[in-house]
Ligand binder design. Structure first.
Ligand SMILES: *C/C=C(C)/C=C/C=C(C)/C=C/C1=C(C)CCCC1(C)C
Length: 248
């Protein structure tokens, strides 16, 4: 019986789901340490932005640690924890948009629009993935969820976020453009995974079976959470360089 005392479950070489949970956790942790240390190196006006970048990856790291455990113990997708993670981190990504456009006059109501749209997108997505995931229902919930997604895309590409970012100087405008591509292309990984991996998603084709959906989501998270933070970090560096030149 004593082997039960050993809490470590080995990860088989071909267990790609567990592998991506493990590597994802380490990558998120490393990114968090980097962002947290950089806070003190950062000009006051950008500190909260860098801190939020670190919080996003740190919250993900903790969830990944838990999801890897859950998966190894049950061999099932940790869908619930996945959505709890997203429900915390995606609104924080909305906060990043608010923070970079605040100096150009972004109002708190803009932040709320982004947050409400993201929560709507995630709650309806969860219903389609975990509660009513049948052939006839999952595509309906996926469709409804996409309304929230496209509203966010609209705000960032053409709406208030884009307008304010373009008035906030070239560094912010450029960062917003890059983040907008992340939201349009990087975030699209999730609905594409959903379409391929749920029963009613692709006219019932269901090409991605079971746990491979986790691999798709894990890759999406690594790109989007760490990438997002690095765009903010680059913005801060660009702004610093521009100010140094101005003073000299
Ligand atoms: C760090 C986590 C991020 C950036 C998660 C983003 C998730 C999405 C953009 C999910 C979108 C979905 C749809 C647009 C429709 C189908 C259901 C979802 C929730 C997968």
């Amino acid at each position: 019986m004593y082997h039960n005392l050993l809490a470590i479950v080995p990860i088989a070489a071909t267990n790609y789901v567990a592998f991506t949970f493990f590597v994802g956790c380490m990558a998120m942790l490393a990114a968090s340490v980097f962002f947290f240390f950089e806070v003190s190196n950062t000009d006051k006006k950008w500190r909260i932005s860098i801190l939020v970048s670190g919080l996003i990856t740190f919250i993900a790291a903790v969830h990944y640690y838990y999801m890897r455990d859950y998966f190894l113990a049950t061999n099932q997708s940790p869908t619930f924890f996945r959505y709890v993670d997203w429900l915390l981190t995606v609104p924080l990504m909305c906060v990043e948009f608010y923070l970079i456009t605040k100096k150009a006059g972004a109002k708190i109501s803009l932040l709320w629009k982004l947050i409400v749209a993201s929560v709507f997108m995630l709650v309806t997505g969860y219903i389609g993935e975990a509660i009513y995931g049948s052939e006839t229902q999952s595509w309906v919930w996926g469709f409804v969820s996409s309304i929230g997604y496209f509203y966010i895309v609209y705000l960032i590409w053409f709406g208030d976020v884009a307008k304010l970012a373009n008035n906030a100087g070239p560094a912010v405008a450029k960062a917003n453009k890059t983040l907008a591509w992340f939201v349009l292309v990087g975030w699209a990984i999730y609905p594409l995974g959903y379409i391929a991996g749920t029963a009613g998603g692709l006219f019932g084709a269901h090409v991605l079976h079971g746990l491979s959906l986790d691999i798709v989501y894990n890759i999406g998270d690594a790109i989007n959470k760490i990438g997002f933070g690095l765009v903010i970090y680059t913005l801060v560096q660009t702004d610093k360089a521009a100010n140094t030149v101005a003073i000299a």
